[in-house]
Write a protein that binds this ligand. Structure first.
Ligand code: NIG
Ligand code: FE
Length: 397
């Protein structure tokens, strides 16, 4: 196997405790798609090829741990309606919102879903993303939920990127089941989940716990099925109100609770005990012009790991830039630039239950982003600027 050395680098390993983003001068040795060695350039072992990075910054490949990348259509019309004063919940209650995307997604073929998601995926990849999570949740019937997950898997074949899927059948109650929510859960959501699991299409199970979506008791039913199928869980929680999702996620040992604008310090304490990651989604906060920010200070104090993601979706967060998510995480939520970087690497890996990405250390996958910047803070500081110089996926540029 050939050994490739990247020398003369400034490396942010993200291996330190918490969210330290300290820089070390040095080299990374890659073999067989994995990192074999990290250390000072002068002490590097023999390699077949050596590349001098001339002081460029090397971070782990970015991980976008919460997206709805696969969907039909767009909702630019709702953007205009919201600007004119309608709220996200108003639009959802009037049959728009998620239901509008459900109609467009049901009408889309597998090929359509892949083709329309590819440009969005390419934007993420163009900013150094090497792992992306993609959810279902705009099908809300068995066939379309499965087709969304198939599209997500196909995207992972079409590009050099690792895709992790989450089954999100409990995203909204579709119009045809408005009068019988229990029937939706038992006749569509749970059977779709079982089929997705059997076909190996779901890596995790997600839900939307909210007044306009599902109650904690309804979500608990879905989580019980996930547990029976051996799948980890995560949850959209406390986004628009305090509905009890964060505490439920912690009780169920969820990988993550996501959004969390209305989470409380008590929720933070429970999440810390459970090791549940807080996934912050500033793109949705910004787009919906929310006024209540997630309790970052409480998460910090309790020792909850904070991840950051784009939440790329056609309604609440039409964002395809993890770098802008980092900037917004700092400016809108008060994260430090170091926390923002840990949020799209080390902590994002944890939110997906992955232990071989998100850090630069021997044994980890050689998923790397090389940036034409001097300091890690620059990644979060600039707005609309992409300094990616090179990206390695499994050691391959
Ligand atoms: O993560 N919160 C619920 N789900 C998505 C929004 C979906 C949509 O509006 O289409 C989110 O923000
Ligand atoms: Fe989401």
């Amino acid at each position: 196997m050939s050994r490739a050395l990247l020398s003369g680098a400034r490396i942010v390993t993200l291996t330190g405790p918490g969210s330290q983003a300290s820089v070390t001068e040095g080299a990374v040795l890659v073999e067989g798609g994995r990192i074999l060695w990290v250390g000072p350039s002068g002490a590097a072992p023999e390699a077949d090829t050596v590349r001098d990075l001339e002081g460029r910054l090397v971070t782990p490949g970015l991980i976008d741990c919460h997206t709805h990348l696969v969907h039909g259509g767009h909702r630019a019309g709702e953007f205009a309606r919201r600007l004119a004063g309608a709220s996200y919940a108003d639009i959802a209650r009037a049959g728009g919102g998620i239901a509008a995307t459900v109609a467009a997604t049901r009408a889309a073929s597998l090929d359509d879903l892949v083709a329309t998601a590819l440009p969005r995926l390419d934007r993420l990849i163009g900013e150094g993303v090497t792992t992306v999570e993609i959810k279902s949740g705009y099908g809300l019937d068995i066939e379309t939920e499965l087709r969304m997950l198939q599209a997500a898997r196909a995207l992972g074949q079409a590009r050099a990127v690792r895709v992790r899927t989450s089954f999100l059948g409990a995203h909204a109650v579709p119009p045809e089941f408005k009068a019988d929510r229990a029937a939706y859960l038992h006749e569509v959501c749970l059977p779709a989940l079982r089929r997705a699991a059997k076909a190996g299409l779901a890596d995790a199970v997600d839900g939307f716990c909210e007044g306009i979506a599902f109650s904690p008791a309804e979500i608990a039913t879905v989580f019980a099925e996930a547990k029976a199928l051996g799948l980890p869980v995560k949850l959209h929680a406390e986004q628009l109100s305090h509905a009890g999702g964060a505490a439920l996620a912690a009780r169920e040992g969820a990988l993550s609770a996501d959004h969390l604008e209305y989470a409380t310090p008590e929720d933070a304490a429970q999440m810390a005990r459970a090791g549940t990651v807080a996934v912050l989604l500033p793109g949705a906060f910004y787009t919906l012009r929310e006024a209540t920010a997630p309790p970052v200070a409480a998460f910090r104090k309790a020792g909850v790991a904070m991840a950051l993601a784009t939440d790329c979706n056609p309604g609440s967060s039409p964002l395809t830039s993890p770098l802008l998510a980092m900037n917004m995480g700092c400016t809108l939520f008060g994260l430090t630039p170091g926390e923002a970087l840990a949020g799209v690497t080390r902590h994002a890996a944890r939110a997906l239950g992955l232990d071989d990405v998100g850090q630069i250390a021997p044994g980890f996958r050689a998923d790397l982003a090389i940036w034409d910047v001097e300091a890690p803070e620059e990644l979060a500081y600039r707005i609309g600027f992409n300094p990616l110089w090179e990206r390695f996926f499994g050691g391959i540029a």
